[in-house]
Write a protein that binds this ligand. Structure first.
Ligand SMILES: O=c1ccn([C@@H]2O[C@H](COP(=O)(O)O)[C@@H](O)[C@H]2O)c(=O)[nH]1
Length: 254
């Protein structure tokens, strides 16, 4: 009897697809909508999208709500960093949008992260998961030590922030693929690692410093990959996105 591999392949595709977050770094609603239109024929396969500062400040919260209403999983990447009371209020407002992931800076400290957690919990079961940004993937060793004045290695700093973030009750961190594995070892209970700085082989690195290919990041324990320009600026964005999904599937088989 011949056993069809088709359902399993579909399942692999779906699992891999849910791990790729496309950064919608566009100047406004029109180019962002035009980009999303490319997915309209792919029934039920809406990409996980990230709305960052550029797009959020241009479109406002109502457009983010409309994304959720249309079935897009949404990562709102506003990188909150303020006194605990202000961040608490911001997370209360953000929680009403129904988004799935939200960022805040681990550098804001434990009290700030705890306040964010308290605010998110008030939203009940549909609360957004909170991610603490460790060291930006555009930061390298020289910048950390000489410009910002933080001693030690980038990895030490990232691990310190990750431990602090977990102790403060947030759900995971934003880090580079390079650190994902050690963060998994240093934390527990499915603490999430979300990794920007993803560059498929041959893609322009741009302003990123700590980069990995999709396969490397997955092999190193990343839960989610954040990919912006390699998809949004590709001649055929849907094919570029699909190639990343395929790379994830192959990395998981190996
Ligand atoms: O440390 C960080 C935190 C967030 N980002 C965001 O991810 C995307 C990456 O876009 P690319 O075009 O793939 O470089 C972008 O929206 C950043 O704001 C990050 O890169 N590093």
């Amino acid at each position: 009897m011949k056993i069809s591999k088709a359902p399993m392949e579909k399942e692999n595709q779906e699992t891999a697809r849910q791990r790729v977050i496309v950064a919608l770094d566009f100047p406004g609603k029109e180019p962002a909508e035009a980009f999303l239109e490319r997915w309209k024929d792919r029934e039920g396969a809406k990409p996980f999208v990230k709305v960052g500062m550029q797009l959020f400040y241009a479109t406002g919260p109502s457009w983010v709500v409309s994304l959720k209403e249309r079935g897009f999983p949404v990562f709102l990447d506003l990188k909150l960093h303020d006194i605990p009371n202000t961040v608490k209020g911001a997370v209360q407002s953000i929680s009403r949008l129904g988004v799935d992931l939200v960022t805040l800076h681990a550098g804001g400290g434990s009290r700030m992260m705890e306040s964010a957690r308290e605010a998110a919990e008030q939203a009940g079961e549909k609360r957004p998961r909170l991610l603490a940004v460790t060291q930006l993937t555009s930061t390298d060793q020289r910048m950390l030590n000489e410009e910002i004045g933080i001693p030690g290695t980038v990895k030490e700093s990232v691990l310190r922030y990750a431990r602090l973030a977990q102790a403060s009750g947030v759900d995971g961190v934003v880090c580079s693929g390079e650190e994902a594995g050690e963060i998994k070892q240093a934390t527990s209970g499915g603490f999430l690692t979300v990794t920007p700085g993803i560059r498929p082989k041959g893609a322009a690195v741009g302003d990123q410093k700590r980069v990995m290919t999709p396969a490397q990041a997955i092999a190193n324990g990343a839960d989610y990959l954040v990919v912006g320009r390699p998809v949004t600026q590709a001649p055929d964005p849907v094919s570029a996105y699909q190639a990343i999904i395929q790379e994830i599937i192959e990395a998981e088989v190996e």
